[in-house]
Design a protein around this ligand. Structure first.
Ligand code: GDD
Ligand code: MG
Length: 346
């Protein structure tokens, strides 16, 4: 039986300060802990046995998913005290692996069809299949070069800028046969991307690339997290249960409140007259006061935005305080409990 393993042990260093108190795998995306999307994707391929591979702040993640029952899956966990790397984490789950595994990075949002990925893998008789995507800026990813028949000729993890030759990257979604375990040395940190895949490609092993053209976006940095958020609320990523705006629309017009159809507000938000919200996400219990303007931004729960503040292409953590008339310019990222005094410009 095919199971899934989700790699969720990274520290999320590039997503600081957002991932300081909330580990990256459960950072809210469109007001839902990120891993919900991964689990949903896996379930759509009729896979109900899921292993979460944890290292950083595991308790917070286990508290949400427990045995997986409420989510319609059986959830098992592995935990590394010291991170073992992506392949090391797979190896550490050895006793939970009995057959073909789907392995997913815990920080990629995609509407890839995993059933079709599995079909491709079997058709090729592959030992490992990597999903690939084309991106505008491939630096900072794993570069995959494949032959016409899909066989991977070269895998290069994060080559220096000058050596970036293509725009097809590793999407962080794999199908691996159990036999791959034998290729990973035990007892030391091992990386799929720096050790295993380059070597398999070099050896001419049956490692294949499955190209996908669906939506794909990782949430590895604040800018990417914002783009993934916009992907969800705009409906560009095809999700089964697109979470709707739960705010009551009564009286908006009378109060000169403008909120576009795309924006997503938790039902427990308070929005005062004259507020304008565009292409943004507001978490539970936010309070947006008279005349504040929010555009292309994500605000986590419990944040208070005072009158006439302006927030643009920014991310604001939990329980922040944005003073009257303050202005958050594009690119601002505020961690939990930040406070911006009245009329400050950030
Ligand atoms: N359990 C465990 N242990 N998980 C880990 C460890 C570890 O030691 N190290 C990383 N992970 C998890 C992270 O939590 C994340 O979900 C996933 O493995 C990938 O790690 P990242 O740190 O996010 O890697 P990256 O974004 O620099 O690069 C990876 O993703 C790209 C696509 O987004 C690589 O797979 C690239 O080749 C790929 O293009
Ligand atoms: Mg990543």
């Amino acid at each position: 039986m095919v199971k899934a393993l989700i790699l969720a042990g990274g520290k999320g260093a590039r997503l600081r300060p957002l991932a300081l108190h909330v580990p990256k795998p459960i950072v809210p995306l469109a007001n839902i802990p990120f891993l919900f999307y991964q689990i949903d994707r896996v379930k759509r391929a009729a896979i109900t046995e899921v292993v979460l591979s944890l290292s950083y702040q595991p308790r917070k993640i286990i508290d949400i998913f427990g045995d997986g029952m409420p989510f319609g899956v059986t959830m098992r966990y592995t935990h590394e005290d010291l991170p073992l790397g992506t392949a090391g984490a797979f190896k550490a789950a050895e006793n939970l692996i009995d057959d073909t595994m789907i392995v997913l990075n815990g920080d990629v949002l995609t509407d890839i069809d995993l059933t079709d990925l599995l079909r491709f893998h079997r058709e090729k008789g592959a030992e490992a299949t990597l999903a690939t995507v084309r991106v505008m800026n491939p630096s900072g990813y794993g570069l995959v070069e494949a032959r016409a028949d899909g066989r991977v000729a070269r895998f290069t993890e994060k080559p220096p800028e000058d050596d970036v030759t293509g725009d097809t990257i590793n999407a962080g979604i794999y199908v691996l046969e159990r036999s791959v375990l034998a290729r990973i040395p035990a007892g030391s940190a091992q990386s799929f991307e720096r050790d295993l895949f380059p070597l398999m490609a070099q050896e001419g092993a049956a490692i294949y690339a499955y190209h996908t053209q669906g939506f794909w976006q990782d949430i590895g940095s604040p800018a990417k997290y914002l783009d993934a958020s916009f992907g969800v609320i705009s409906g560009r990523v095809k999700l089964p249960r697109y979470p709707h705006n739960s705010c009551l629309q009564n009286d908006w017009e009378k109060a000169r409140i403008t909120i576009d159809d795309i924006s997503m507000l938790d039902g427990k938000c308070v929005v005062k007259p004259g507020v304008s919200i565009e292409n943004s996400v507001l978490g539970e219990g936010c309070r947006i006061e008279e005349g504040a303007r929010i555009k292309d931004s994500v605000i986590w729960s419990g944040t208070r935005v005072l009158p006439s503040a302006r927030i643009e292409r920014s991310i604001v953590g939990r329980q922040c305080y944005i003073g009257e008339g303050a202005r958050l310019r594009p690119g601002t990222v505020l961690g939990d409990k930040s406070s911006v005094s009245d009329f400050s410009v950030i």
